[in-house]
Design a protein around this ligand. Structure first.
Ligand code: ATR
Length: 277
């Protein structure tokens, strides 16, 4: 806890108005009777260094970080977790009493925890995982799946080079498929993840045929607007188990809140309803 009487935390981004984090952390502060505040902070990239210094001095215990600062903050932190280094980005900062900044990335943790909480009998080790996309979110998902023991990750991306890059970084268990052969990579896969923005409100849906997935496959999407994306709706029509992406957002917030406010918060339906408004 900080030397200041009322601990502060917030989310740093640009833009930041759309962030659901203030609602989420605000609800937990209220639920656990913690005297503290969580605020949205719009910070221009030119002002990031100054803003972080000022936050440390003003009694901030921590911050979430969103677009466009997730990569830059890695270089500005004094200590970085292995998983944030691997992913190449941080989403959770802790301001320590000695003035140093600790950076972590909890996106992959949130991804796995969401599946562990909401999928029945999901075992990442049970078979190959198919991952669509190779952007920032995909990096977190890939690192988390490898860490959870998936035997193989089949990866595809519209821009193949980015998928090849992930393979060269994360190694032997990744197999890259051409975007045009996406359907082929689903054969016998027990997990399917969309990490692209396809299927989000206003974006084109993913065109995919789910015939070849393992009958017990779990299908999930990191998109949560809408909650049931076209991909999840299609998977449900096939009878596959689905988990929506909202839980990833909720779970990625848990380690930060616990570190900053000393209370491990619950992710439950009440929280989902509050965040959905
Ligand atoms: P994020 O951090 O959310 O992952 P990102 O790093 O910009 O954001 O990555 C976006 C991902 O969605 C990428 O895999 C991107 O594919 P490209 O690498 O080819 O750009 C994918 N994506 C976004 N819009 C897409 C579209 N209309 N069709 C196919 N892929 C799309």
């Amino acid at each position: 806890m900080s030397k200041h009487s009322i601990p502060l935390a917030g989310v740093i981004g640009n833009p930041v108005a759309h962030s659901l984090s203030p609602r989420l952390h605000g609800h937990w502060l209220q639920r656990y009777g913690i005297t503290g505040h969580y605020v949205p902070l719009e910070v221009h990239p030119d002002d990031l260094v100054e803003a972080l210094g000022a936050m440390g001095r003003m009694g901030f215990v921590g911050a979430n970080v969103t677009i466009p600062h997730k990569e830059t903050v890695l270089r500005l932190a004094d200590q970085v977790t292995d998983r944030a280094t691997l992913i190449g980005a941080a989403n959770t900062l802790t301001f320590r009493p000695d003035g140093t900044i600790f950076a972590d990335n909890t996106d992959g943790y949130g991804f796995i925890e969401n599946l562990r909480q909401n999928a029945t009998d999901w075992d990442p080790r049970s078979g190959p995982a198919a991952v669509i996309g190779a952007g920032g979110a995909a990096r977190a998902v890939v690192v988390a799946l490898l860490d959870a023991g998936v035997p193989e990750i089949r990866l595809t991306n519209r821009t193949r080079l980015r998928a090849d890059q992930l393979k060269s970084e994360f190694g032997g268990r990744i197999v890259v498929y051409d975007w045009a052969h996406m359907n082929g990579m689903l054969n016998g896969a027990t997990t399917l993840v969309n990490t692209t923005s396809m299927g989000m409100e206003g974006q084109p849906p993913l065109k995919i045929n789910l015939d070849e997935l393992d009958p017990k496959a779990l299908v999930t999407d990191i998109v949560y607007t809408p909650l049931i994306t076209p991909l999840l709706a299609l998977a449900q029509d096939y009878g596959y188990q689905t988990v929506d992406g909202l839980g990833m957002l909720l779970h990625q917030a848990v380690p930060g809140f616990q570190r900053w406010f000393g209370q491990r918060p619950e992710v439950d339906d009440e929280l989902r309803n509050v965040v959905l408004g």
